[in-house]
Ligand binder design. Structure first.
Ligand code: NDP
Length: 316
């Protein structure tokens, strides 16, 4: 059996929340170990240009920003490791975690920054333009600006889709909203706002057949009415998907309090504390409202400070 490794601060996940937690924890001499997880760099690695993170006056690409955050964490000797944590046991005062290759780690403090994954339709054409940064996005606040003065399509009928459609309507000449059923799932107030916006057209009972493009970027969406089977093409340069997110919290569910949609619940609002002493959360794993790199980074800082205070109270 391999030896058990003891660490003072284990950070799980490598988005802005995880790396910011690492920078703070490392500078406080907590010698953090960070496991990057399944998608090193997190959701930002699938974002093209980041223009709303303070400090980058000329913008920065998502992957470049994540490389810089990683380098900054390493500069203070964060032990950044490729791989992921696949199992935890938070029943005792020592938090036990196992990597995917079954290495056992005992951590005095754990910072969960595993993020959330946007859901996509799964169409090959959608994935193609998503991967090449050619007009498919799951974040209107991040990417809407690139489509100002243009036509966009957004899929979804929940509060997020309504909020994002409204956001896009202020930038774009026209927004077409594709709703798969004959009604919204969103709250009435959000749905009404969309219905009352002149440049948003809502197509109910409508599915996406294909995201159309010219090889470089999106040029339209082929859609089908599920009642009449009629198909038509909607011209657009931006294709937004707002059909929900899955928080990456599955491995914690037996120990950490989650809400009904799987997001981690803060045990004490205004802190990063979970219901388990010594386990803290930062970023989108506990945030279904803001979901921004800057808010994730902010809560990453909070988690490291809370972890530091927790250790200090234990006399470490
Ligand atoms: P939801 O799960 O509430 O809604 C997802 C929407 O996507 C549903 O309308 C669903 O359709 C649709 N959808 C799912 N899969 C597909 C698919 N394959 N094709 C087409 N449509 C699909 O997610 P949200 O992100 O909107 O919201 C998550 C939570 O966050 C909710 O609790 C929401 O209230 C909250 N929230 C609140 C906000 C606010 O109050 N300001 C803002 C944003 C979110 P269908 O209805 O047919 O199932």
């Amino acid at each position: 059996m391999s030896e058990i490794e003891k660490v003072s601060c284990l950070i799980i996940g490598s988005g802005p929340a995880g790396y910011t937690a690492a920078i703070y924890a490392a500078r406080a001499d907590m010698k953090p170990v960070l496991y990057q997880g399944m998608q090193p760099g997190g959701q930002l690695t699938t974002t093209n240009e980041v223009e709303n993170f303070p400090g980058y006056a000329d913008g920065v690409t998502g992957p470049e920003m994540m490389m810089q955050l990683e380098a900054q964490a390493k500069r203070f000797e964060t032990d950044v490791r490729f791989g992921f944590i696949s199992k935890v046991d938070f029943t005792g005062p020592i938090h036990k975690c196992w990597t995917e290759d079954n290495k056992e780690i005992h951590a005095s403090t754990v910072i969960i920054s595993t993020g959330a994954s946007a859901k996509y339709l799964g169409l090959p054409s959608e994935q193609k333009y998503l991967e090449m940064g050619g007009g498919v996005s799951a974040c209107a606040v991040c990417d809407g600006f690139f489509y100002r003065g243009q036509e966009t399509v957004i899929v979804g009928a929940g509060d997020s889709a309504c909020e994002e459609a409204h956001y896009l309507s202020k930038l774009c000449t026209k927004v077409t909203m594709l709703v798969r059923k004959d009604d919204f799932r969103a709250s009435k107030i959000m749905a009404d706002r969309v219905k009352n916006t002149a440049n948003i057209e809502i197509l109910f009972s409508t599915d996406t057949v294909e995201v159309l493009g010219d090889g470089n970027g999106v040029t339209g969406a082929l859609v089908r009415n599920s009642i009449t089977s009629e198909e038509k093409t909607i011209p657009c340069t931006g294709f937004f998907v707002a059909i929900g997110h899955n928080p990456n919290t599955d491995i914690f569910k037996d120990f950490i309090d989650l809400d009904e949609t799987g997001y981690i619940k803060y045990a004490q609002p205004g802190t990063s504390k979970t219901n388990v002493p010594g386990v803290f959360v930062a970023g989108d794993a506990a945030d279904k409202t803001y979901r921004q790199a800057i808010t994730a980074a902010g809560t990453g800082c909070m988690a490291a400070l809370d972890a530091e205070r927790y250790l200090a109270a234990l006399g470490h």
